[in-house]
Design a protein around this ligand. Structure first.
Ligand SMILES: Nc1ncnc2c1ncn2[C@@H]1O[C@H](COP(=O)(O)OP(=O)(O)O)[C@@H](O)[C@H]1O
Ligand SMILES: [Mg+2]
Length: 315
């Protein structure tokens, strides 16, 4: 779907992006991760032609982006950035409606779409549609930014540190929303972050960047287990690797299921099937248990997770 071949971008003497090659498959979430100034935003902006590339080849759906009508190219790509870029004098509804309006959708269709998107992002339409950006919290404004990027149902989503300025809890909530939306819509996504944990959480594949180059392009699991260089290893934090691997897998994937659900068990000494192995490990440590009941949403015991099983799965 998106294919970069030997792409470079120079700003005068500075080579911001240096001969990178990267393929993002249809429906995949690719996360560009690396420290500030390594060329992530420049890479993203070349894909929607906010910046022309100096050398190399960028193709979307097999077509050279320089040969695609700019308007068409952009309409096919939702773009969300840190700080949202919302128009302050426009209501939430009007901000979200921006691209559909440009595309000449009918008013009723736009209104229905705005309502649908506000619902999808967990903002009550009755309450939020007529608010102005200044009346929103940081997390709410970012939600509106994501809704706007999705408004005209583009095939591609480009997101540049959209949750970068949020506190840890709001950020985790929005990451969860993002995962839920991605499972449902399967947009081809390029997501930029400097936060390796966010990358591990959201990515199908991660591209680790440093000084304008891609050092490794791999699944989160492979980035953790087989870092290609000392730089990548230090980014994932070699001491932290076990916990990060455990965070990638859900309890449901490795638990031993009972033939039938059993009675409810207290929340304190159990773990949810949808929780991560990292959470399970934390409960085991805290409660000093070597075996943990796994419960469903109602608290009914579905099975157990043993320490042996957990050890084996994260080995
Ligand atoms: N418009 C610009 N003019 C000059 N230099 C730029 C411009 N945009 C980015 N750069 C430089 O290119 C490099 C990569 O920047 P950027 O892609 O924004 O990095 P990141 O998003 O990873 O923090 C940096 O050295 C930055 O200073
Ligand atoms: Mg940037």
């Amino acid at each position: 779907m998106i294919e970069l071949t030997n792409v470079s971008r120079r700003f005068g003497e500075v080579t911001a992006v240096d001969r990178i090659s990267l393929t993002v498959e249809t429906g995949e979430t690719c996360v560009l991760v690396g420290s500030s100034g390594c060329g992530k935003s420049t890479t993203l902006r070349m894909i929607n032609r906010l910046l022309p590339h100096s050398a190399g080849d960028i193709r979307v759906d097999g077509q050279d982006i320089r040969e695609v009508d700019l308007q068409q190219l952009r309409l096919n790509m939702g773009y969300a950035i840190q700080g949202t870029g919302l128009f302050p004098h426009w209501t939430v509804a009007r901000n979200i409606a921006l691209v559909p309006q440009l595309q000449g959708w009918e008013r009723a269709r736009i209104e229905a779409r705005v309502t649908e998107l506000l619902d999808m992002l967990g903002l009550s339409p009755a309450e939020y549609a007529d608010k102005y950006p200044a009346q929103l919290s940081g997390g709410q404004a970012q939600r509106v930014g994501v809704a706007r990027a999705l408004a005209a149902d583009p095939n591609i989503l480009l997101m540049d540190e959209p949750f970068g300025a949020l506190d840890a809890i709001t950020r985790e909530n929005l990451q969860n929303e993002m995962l839920r939306i991605q499972r449902r819509l399967r947009k081809t996504t390029v997501f930029v972050t400097h936060d390796i944990d966010e990358a591990l959480r959201l990515a199908d594949r991660i591209a680790v960047m440093d000084q304008g180059r891609i050092l490794q392009h791999d699944t989160p699991d492979a980035i953790l287990r087989q870092p290609a260089s000392a730089f990548v290893e230090s980014l994932v934090g070699s001491q932290d690797r076990g916990l990060k691997l455990a965070a990638l897998q859900s309890v449901a994937e490795v638990m031993q299921r009972h033939p039938q659900p059993r009675q409810a068990v207290p929340e304190k000494v159990s773990v949810g099937a949808q929780d991560s192995l990292r959470q399970a490990l934390s409960v085991m440590l805290w409660q000093q248990l070597s075996e943990l009941p796994v419960v469903d949403d109602q608290g009914l015991e579905l099975g157990v997770l043993t320490r042996e099983r957990l050890w084996r799965e994260t080995a």
